[in-house]
Design a protein around this ligand. Sequence first.
Ligand code: PEP
Ligand code: MN
Length: 263
Amino acid sequence: LASLDFHPDPTVIDVGGVKIGGGNFVVMAGPCSVESREQLMESALAVKETGAQILRGGAFKPRTSPYAFNGLGEEGLKILAEAREVTGLKIVTELMDLENLELVAQYTDIIQIGARNMQNFSLLRELGRVDKPVMLKRGLSATIEEWLMAAEYVLSGGNQNVILCERGIRTFETATRNTLDLNAVPVVRRLSHLPVIVDPSHGTGVSAYVPAMSKAGVAVGSDGLMIEMHPNPAKALSDGAQSLTIPQFSQLMREIKVLANAV
Ligand code: PEP
Ligand code: MN
């Protein structure tokens, strides 16, 4: 079902009027985690101001250490929903487990499935029954074939609204957190009709590299970008090192707009 043979035209997903795929370029931005109402509102207003359409923010966080900040849970979802009310932005947030499926689906416009859950097949099967777009991040060590097969779980359950997100894979390189596999964009294009978004934040792990790799993500023909930004990256409770400041994000958005129109 993910294959171009089955569906020759690009899938266009309509998220309450924001179209993803088929030549519509979309930017999703916001902090890694929702930390407080103030932090998220400040981010949301800045995202809106740049013309980006979708606000991101994690309320349930998959952290390497169980002692790290795990997210605000439902309180974080409520703050996201409030930011949507105020700004009109659509929201995307991560769902980590089956247990919270209904709760997350009730608040969000797009359900994000994180890299670590890309092959959580029971979760993917349930998402097939949900009437919400799913953004499926590529697993840390998943091949493109495995990633498309994971998408197939959602599609075969009846949910045709799947967005793929390339967020970097594990390689031997240690200068960056992950290696953003931009090859994946043209490869996916040749194999599938599903939209593909590039996440240069997790793909590099270093804010200084995010602008260059964002522009590369546009140039390679992706359907959009997911970028982490934070009002004060040094104080961020997660992924501060890869988060742009608000002025850095605004500057990057100006450059992206020029480039996206040219590509
Ligand atoms: C995130 O988007 O903050 C995140 C945890 O992403 P990933 O699943 O790609 O690591
Ligand atoms: Mn993050």
